[in-house]
Design a protein around this ligand. Sequence first.
Ligand code: NAP
Length: 367
Amino acid sequence: MTDTLTDTMTVLVTGASGLVGAEVTARLTAGGHTVVALVHRNGDLVRNSGGRLTPGPGVLTPITGDITRPGLGLTDGDQRLVATADRIVHCAAVTHFGLPAERYETVNAAGTRHVLDLAVTHRTPLVHVSTAYVCGERDGTVREDELDVGQRPGNDYERSKLAAETMVHQAAVAGLPVTVVRPSIVTGAARTGRVRDFMTIYPVLRVLTRGLVGTVPAHYDAALDLVPVDRVADLVAGAATRFDAVAGRTLHAVGQELTLRDFSDVLAEYPCFQVPRFLPPSAFSASALSDRERPYYDRVIALYDTYFRRRVRFDDTQAAAAFGGRPAPAGARPYLRRLLDHCLRTGYLGAPPRREPAGARTDGSTP
Ligand SMILES: NC(=O)c1ccc[n+]([C@@H]2O[C@H](COP(=O)([O-])OP(=O)(O)OC[C@H]3O[C@@H](n4cnc5c(N)ncnc54)[C@H](OP(=O)(O)O)[C@@H]3O)[C@@H](O)[C@H]2O)c1
């Protein structure tokens, strides 16, 4: 491990095949750095553009491991390789919603413990990718230097990410050089709207725009924060390569604040889309949904509707100071249009609404 910033360095990236990890890996190798890319089940490194990641001028060395295992389950040879890393960028996590709580604890919390053990053993500076939603179900402005203020996590994923970031914070207090990057909801590229994986908010868009669920519990003044995947990757890769400038800081990787009014108005511009009705949570009852809507509500909307209730704003003063601020608010509606247009181009939202039998597969992954 080197203590000073070198022109080029070796970076261990966990979750390198993931949506964020692949883009971070691409940026690092494009900058001439060597990336030791930890892959798990999926060994394909595919860019958000859909093309295979072609490293260069830096070197890419994929290794297979499992963060749920001590030493990341690496062979002796790969352990020697990761010991040479100048930075660790920890992206790996379980990000699908609706899984048993222990999956999140095992991968996101215990997995982070194993990554921390590695970082502490070799005193390797760590960039930890957390989530802005470690803030839980609190309203108001969330600062980057706030972590556990007694908030209630919105789901088991958020609980595990809060536990992981708390461990990272404790390691930092004990002396490990650490930077935390907290993305909000990662969505398509800023300019094109293109996204590699239709995850997180995308299944929700699909169910709502098809009219498969017509009513959603929400606060009309709630805001969704959608951050382009390229902005997240820029910040994470930048935190690794300019680590000294951001060491000890937490950076909100946030983007367009989209109010529910923005959301409804933009959906209404598309004749092919249904527009959901937002009801105050106190007036909403899932049992009042039709038999056709109920499975879609339970398996998709219920996993995410907490995000339609949050009146939260993420302050990004530290991220802005290091890497420039979030996009201007006027860009929220055009950005949502770009996301929707991309979904229509690919057919993800393009098929005419069809009647699907109740109980059809509608889990939170990619319907
Ligand atoms: N996507 C978002 O909206 C969002 C928002 C805020 C924060 N984040 C955070 O950003 C980070 C990256 O998210 P992402 O969107 O890139 O997620 P992703 O596309 O789901 O990728 C997750 C990666 O983690 C790997 N992984 C899962 N279990 C593993 C294990 N046991 N050992 C080693 N690797 C494992 C996966 O590999 P396999 O597929 O091969 O298992 C995959 O490469 C995560 O920490 C996530 O919590 C994401």
